[in-house]
Write a protein that binds this ligand. Sequence first.
Ligand SMILES: [Zn+2]
Ligand SMILES: [Zn+2]
Length: 164
Amino acid sequence: MRLIPRWSLLGGLVAFALVQYYFWVFLPSVRTRPPELPTALRFYLILSWGALAALYVLMIGYISNDAPRRGMDTRVWMICVIMPGGIGAVLYFLLRQPILSHCPSCGASIEDHFHFCPHCSWQVAASCGRCYTSTRVTDLYCSRCGHDLASDHPPARLHAFSRE
Ligand SMILES: [Zn+2]
Ligand SMILES: [Zn+2]
């Protein structure tokens, strides 16, 4: 929810209101025949169309904030999501990259499974010195090979990073 910008919340409301206006005010004024559907069903359909339109706008807002965090091209993805049928939105969630963080030393993008910064070798996650499996900073022995982690002498920079 934090990732949805205010303009997109507002746009969602406007889209919802427009759909309501179109179906309740504009369409009956141009249509000569009375509607065939029972009122309850019509009510339900029009509300859900409105919700769908609002969801579209919210989705575009969400992607405008979410894509940069994942190092994905925001403009391309926002255009994709506007495509009809919601195909773009489905594709986005299938193809989106893991969230990137940044190396505290050099600022390079780091994926969450990295142990070391690929640009400056800053250690960003604890790992076993023998088998290189990820470990927790509080572990005393490697959960995979039983290696005594205290004998690895993890660098001070790792401790500083893990306290965040
Ligand atoms: Zn770095
Ligand atoms: Zn190990």
